[in-house]
Design a protein around this ligand. Structure first.
Ligand code: SF4
Length: 705
């Protein structure tokens, strides 16, 4: 029997060292991994073993789970689990570890100033953790130096959405709308591997006769199910979007009435798009003119159509402009803000949406407020009981923060929660040098990730099924993660760690370890902001299987489709913005004649710190590989299954050759779940979102002797 609400959310995680004791009930909660946040029932018996079954009441998965979700219970019993703080590699008492961290923070800040201590968060942290982390940085540390790994995930789509719609809610409609569409263009997404239950929504559309168009340099499992695959050259997504819009306007698919009544800025875009005739776009992207036209016809003739972007289109040094170009296409066709149609960014990380709303981003305060907005500062400062003048300003973005560590004028200490940048950051070799230059590196994690292994202090934490809190899924639906099993003795929650450090830094109040108490404060802090959670309660989430923000009052129904009547701009109109294509920051040359693009595989999640510890997942996908075309393999002299070295200007790594016709001959693909791949990638940043160019850089291949 599923644990009733009062017994599941009434007993929040312990703030004192927990005891080893299993809960013998079934608990309705959510998967620890991606932004689909599939609902699952966790049944815990004696010991820490659990069984997992999918929930049918959560529309995102509706009874489905992927292999990662089915095996998530093994995370709880994994033998590599950390249960004791480590102080310079030696087991330590909690008080000694926290005392040491607090003392070093004081010493470093006394000598170098508040910004000498930095904080790095993660898109997998609950809303409560993300909120308290931002408050801890600004109030307890008084540092401006905080950002998080979500900057590497969807920041370009967020920047483009704010530019066009005045608000970033990745998917501004319920996910179930997808199956009711008649055509969907998916640019740079591979849900069949990253979030398989998502595919049922696409399949539902196709079973009704709808058309799926996928733009991807690889014939991925998602592209294989498409009616039309646009196999573009890496780094040319922006040109592709410009070409599609050119065709749409030239062939009369523009929705003139919608453009006139719901948008602004169309004329400048229409003028600029004239230069992107299809033959020119074919030369740049490699996508035949006939396919460009076919894609436009499918979208333009559909009664309800959608344009979706994923990391493939977004993780570029021109990612914001690329997404803007796809948004322009959607606006010209009259899609956003119409029921059954629209534009959406498909967020990737577990709490990628909520994690970017409540203050762990360098330029934000809770409620998706801007930190340089005087009214926002005044509101949040009043909730926090501080003087607005005492709140720091905007800090460095994620890669810039990592790149400044240990440099003159840069942070001397880093507190890191829920992230593994030695695997996930671009040009990871450089990041390793910067981490090594710190006076103090503190990592909070439940396993010894690659980054934790390099830390001075490691603080062992609770994980998904051992804690409660809220997660906001890719739809903007706020969900409840519930404690299903007691944590092992010796670990503490991130909230407890922040609370303990805050007390040692002189803040006896204001940093509760109880997630419900944190959420109640988050509601106040977010009230009136774009991401307004004021009307959301744990009880409502449970009763309504999630609440869509914005939700400004407890009697407000939540907002599944925020743009139906107006967009979140001052005048209510969506904005067209003229953008231009430009080549990748690092294009091909004689020395480095191939594109490298990176991505995910079915069995692993993000840096692999969790999934590389699960036997079934490592059996399914044991090692890093290099996907390459048969013609390229022949020219290099490598056969399927042989080791192969991939070299960029920044580093080199090896993988097993996987020879396949599913990839372009000028491109190699590597999954980034293993250390080494991001030694190669280019940290060139988008000027607006500060997103690194993960998706394309120049490499060469070498045979391994
Ligand atoms: Fe669902 Fe994503 Fe978990 Fe897979 S990893 S079960 S798709 S939430």
């Amino acid at each position: 029997m599923v644990k009733p609400l009062e017994s599941t959310i009434g007993s929040m995680p312990t703030t004192s060292p927990p005891v080893l004791e299993s809960v013998k009930t079934e608990t309705a909660t959510h998967c620890p991994y991606c932004a689909l946040q599939c609902g699952m029932i966790v049944a815990a018996g004696e010991g820490r073993e659990v069984t997992i079954t999918p929930r049918t009441d959560i529309p995102a998965n509706a009874g489905g789970l992927c292999q990662k979700g089915w095996t998530a219970g093994e995370l709880l019993t994994n033998g590599t689990r950390l249960t004791t703080p480590l102080l310079y590699g030696e087991p330590a008492r909690w008080d000694d570890a926290l005392d040491h961290v607090a003392t070093r923070i004081r010493e470093i800040q006394d000598e170098h100033g508040p910004d000498a201590v930095a904080v790095f968060g993660g898109g997998g942290l609950t809303n409560e953790k993300a909120y308290l982390l931002g408050k801890f940085a600004r109030v307890a540390l008084r540092t401006s130096q905080i950002d998080y790994n979500g900057r590497f995930c969807m920041s370009s789509a967020a920047a483009a959405s704010i530019r066009a719609f005045g608000m970033d809610r990745g998917m501004p409609f319920p996910i179930t709308d997808l199956a009711a569409a008649d055509a969907i263009l998916l640019a740079g997404g591979n849900m069949a591997e990253t979030m398989p239950p998502f595919v049922r929504h696409l399949s539902g559309m196709r079973e009704r006769g709808g058309a799926l168009i996928v733009a991807d340099p690889r014939l991925t499992p998602t592209a294989k199910m498409a009616d039309l695959h646009l196999q573009l050259t890496p780094g040319t997504d922006l040109a592709l979007a410009l070409g599609l819009l050119h065709v749409a306007l030239a062939e009369g698919y523009a929705d003139d009435d919608y453009i006139a009544t719901r948008t602004a800025g169309f004329d400048a875009v229409a003028t600029s798009i004239a230069a992107w005739w299809p033959e020119r776009v074919e030369r740049i992207t490699g996508v035949p003119v006939a396919q460009l036209r076919q894609a436009v016809h499918l979208l333009g003739n559909a009664r309800r159509a959608m344009v979706l972007t994923g990391r493939g289109a977004e993780q570029h040094a021109k990612g914001t402009d690329t997404v803007t170009a796809f948004v322009n296409l959607a606006l010209a066709l009259g899609l956003p803000g119409r029921e059954g149609s629209g534009y959406a960014c498909v967020t990737g990380q577990g709490n990628g949406q909520g994690g970017r709303e409540h203050g762990q981003k360098a330029d934000q305060l809770p409620g998706y407020r801007k930190i340089d907005d005087p009214a926002a500062r005044a509101h949040v400062a009043s909730v926090w009981g501080v003087d607005p003048a005492d709140l720091p300003g905007a800090g460095r973005s994620a890669y810039e923060l990592l790149d400044a560590l240990g440099t003159p004028g840069g942070p001397r200490a880093l507190l890191l929660f829920g992230s593994n940048p030695l695997v996930s950051a671009p040009e990871a070799g450089r990041v390793a040098d910067r981490l090594a230059a710190l006076d103090l590196l503190v990592v909070s994690d439940f396993v010894l990730s690659e980054t934790a292994a390099a830390a001075d202090v490691v603080l062992p934490t609770t994980q998904w099924a051992e804690e409660s809190g809220t997660m906001t899924n890719l739809e903007g639906r706020v969900l409840l993660r519930r404690e299903a099993v007691a944590p092992p003795s010796g670990v503490r929650s991130d909230l407890s760690i922040l609370s303990g450090l805050a007390v040692r830094l002189g803040h006896d109040a204001g940093f509760p370890a109880d997630p419900r108490a944190v959420f109640e404060e988050l509601r106040l802090a977010s009230a009136g902001g774009a991401a307004d959670y004021a009307g959301i309660t744990y009880e409502r989430i449970a009763a309504e299987t999630g609440v869509f923000w914005p939700c400004p009052a407890e009697d407000h129904p939540g907002t599944p489709r925020p743009f139906l009547d107006r967009f979140a701009t001052p005048d209510g109109l969506a904005r067209f913005t003229a953008v231009e294509h430009r080549p990748p920051e690092e294009d091909l040359d004689v020395e480095y004649p191939l594109y490298l693009t990176t991505g995910r595989v079915l069995a692993h999640y993000q840096s692999g710190a969790q999934t590389r510890r699960i036997a079934a997942l490592t059996a399914a996908s044991p090692e890093v590989f290099v996907e390459l075309h048969p013609d390229l393999a022949e020219s290099v002299g490598v056969t399927h299954g042989e080791p192969l070295r991939v070299v960029s200007r920044r580093g080199a790594t090896e993988g097993i050759a996987r020879v396949t016709g599913a990839i372009r001959p000028d491109t190699v693909f590597m999954p980034f779940h293993w250390p080494g791949v991001n030694l190669l990638t280019n940290p060139a940043l988008d000027p607006l979102s500060r997103m690194p160019e993960f998706k394309v850089c120049a490499v060469k291949l070498e045979r391994v002797a």
